[in-house]
Unconditional design. Structure first.
Length: 102
């Protein structure tokens, strides 16, 4: 599994508070909430925190939850595209700002 996807899912599992209100008219309200949590986690984490989290292996519980989430997204390509569309830019910008990606 791609480590970036793992970071995205782990960020969601960290329980961060959503940074934006969830749109009620969305076809994917749970994905909206998850995406908001992921984006909030990255926006509110320092570069050092992100780098340290990247080096830590996930707990067994996190790995299982991550596997379920990734499996769901693989089985639901439209949901995956929607989720990735919401989180990719903010995460990539933060990782670039931190020098984690070139």
């Amino acid at each position: 599994m791609n480590r970036l996807y793992a970071l995205v899912i782990l960020g969601a599992l960290a329980g961060a508070t959503p940074a934006v209100a969830v749109a009620q008219s969305s076809s994917y309200p749970l994905i909206d909430k998850l995406a908001a949590q992921v984006v909030s986690h990255y926006e509110n984490s320092s570069c050092q925190q992100i780098a340290a989290k990247k080096q830590q292996p996930p707990s067994a519980q996190q790995a299982q939850a991550e596997q379920k989430a990734v499996q769901y997204l693989h089985q639901n390509p439209q949901a995956a595209q929607y989720f990735i569309g919401k989180v990719a830019t903010p995460i990539a910008n933060k990782l670039f700002q931190c020098g984690i990606i070139p």
